[in-house]
Design a protein around this ligand. Structure first.
Ligand code: ADP
Length: 359
């Protein structure tokens, strides 16, 4: 997945959930091919299995499938699995590539019966293409407008029955009519450490890396709930194991390797830790405004807000309150410091004024 709002930042990329330059090839190698190989997301897997099996039995293409969730959680992999499980061909495009309705019409007219059309970042599709897609999804026909002005004519075009798989990191940006045309909608959640451990073990077999169970667990625990990051950390740790150790990824080797790459036990990188440290050490744990915090770490407020904070919040280390950013008790403890009494997240109720308006 690709998201312009994040890629422009020059942040440390070891822990980015977006694919890095040159990573596509190895990602393809590591992609699960069948539902049974897809680790985690048990509910989505079970539901999808039913949708696909019932369509297979009835001999018709399944309902259109919408997959939403943060980058790196397996949306593209699932789209390919849908095609593989149906023994169907897959055509791949993305919202930003479908700027003109004509591009989409050409793509639709080339589909064979039962094909899967995968549109990544479907929330970024241009309006005219989106409208064309509605009728293609609903009636398997589109009206292609030829010419301009009063002389323009609409030529109806039949489309072979197909299954659309849409992926989005921002399901909130999808229009109602678009969302309504998907018969099956699934949201992917961040993975549990034991699931990521399985991802690491599976990938290590494919890459031919020897990984001890505790080594896999160590990598999994630092991967921010994201398979793409788990696979990347595995490759970094493998490099270290080959150069500095005997090639086997044990817990000690994983720890030593991830120290070199500045990835701490919870999966925080240098900038994440700098933000938390500034919050605790310079501002007594907050509340402090975003821009003040950003200046303290020498970064743009946007970078702090969009690159660091989502994970710090999800990990329960930082809270965003109306009066500003606050380090939670876990945030203090993560830095090896004792949280002050009555602090946010320590079990005691937060101070009442914490939720007052930011002045
Ligand atoms: P997205 O499209 O959501 O950004 P991808 O499907 O491209 O994510 O997944 C990124 C990488 O993570 C893939 O190369 C794949 O190897 C790995 N991956 C994702 N989900 C899983 C999973 N459930 N099981 C195993 N590997 C996974």
């Amino acid at each position: 997945m690709h998201d312009d709002s994040v890629t422009e930042f020059d942040a440390d990329e070891t822990l980015s959930a977006l694919p890095q330059t040159g990573e596509r090839e190895v990602e393809t190698t590591l992609r699960p091919r069948k539902l049974a190989e897809f680790v985690g997301q048990p509910r989505v897997r079970e539901q999808l299995e039913l949708v696909l099996e019932s369509a297979r039995r009835r001999g018709v293409p399944p309902d259109h499938v919408l997959l939403s969730g943060p980058p790196g959680l397996g949306k593209t992999s699932l789209a390919m699995i849908v095609a593989a499980e149906l023994d169907a061909a897959i055509r791949i495009t993305s919202g930003p590539a479908l700027e003109r309705a004509g591009d989409l019409a050409a793509m639709l007219s080339n589909l064979a019966e039962g094909d899967v059309l995968f549109i990544d970042e479907i929330h970024r599709i241009a309006k005219p293409a989106e409208e064309l897609l509605y009728s293609a999804m609903e009636d398997f026909r589109v009206d292609v407008v030829v010419g301009k002005g009063p002389g323009a004519t609409a030529i109806p075009l039949d489309v072979e029955p197909f299954t659309l798989v849409g992926a989005t990191t921002r399901s909130g940006l999808l229009t109602g009519p678009m969302r309504d045309r998907f018969g099956f909608v699934a949201h992917l959640d961040f993975y549990e450490p034991h699931e990521l451990e399985q991802v690491v073990i599976r990938s290590s077999r494919i890459l031919g890396v020897q990984v001890a169970e505790d080594g896999a667990a160590e990598i999994a625990g630092r991967s921010r709930g994201t398979p793409r990051i788990a696979n990347r950390l595995l490759r970094r740790v493998r490099d270290y194991a080959e150069v500095r150790a005997d090639g086997v990824v044990t817990r000690e080797v994983a720890r030593a390797a991830l120290r070199v790459y500045d990835v701490d036990e919870l999966g925080l990188d240098r900038l994440d830790r700098a933000v938390l440290t500034a919050l605790v050490s310079n501002f007594g744990g907050g509340p402090v405004g975003l821009s003040t915090l950003a200046v303290a770490v020498g970064e743009q407020p946007d970078t702090v807000e969009e690159v660091c904070e989502p994970f710090l919040v999800r990990a329960g280390l930082l809270a965003r309150t109306p009066r500003g950013r606050v380090a939670t008790a876990s945030g203090w403890r993560h830095l090896g410091k004792t949280p002050p009494n009555g602090i946010f997240g320590s079990g005691a109720p937060p101070a009442p004024d914490l939720f007052g308006l930011e002045s």
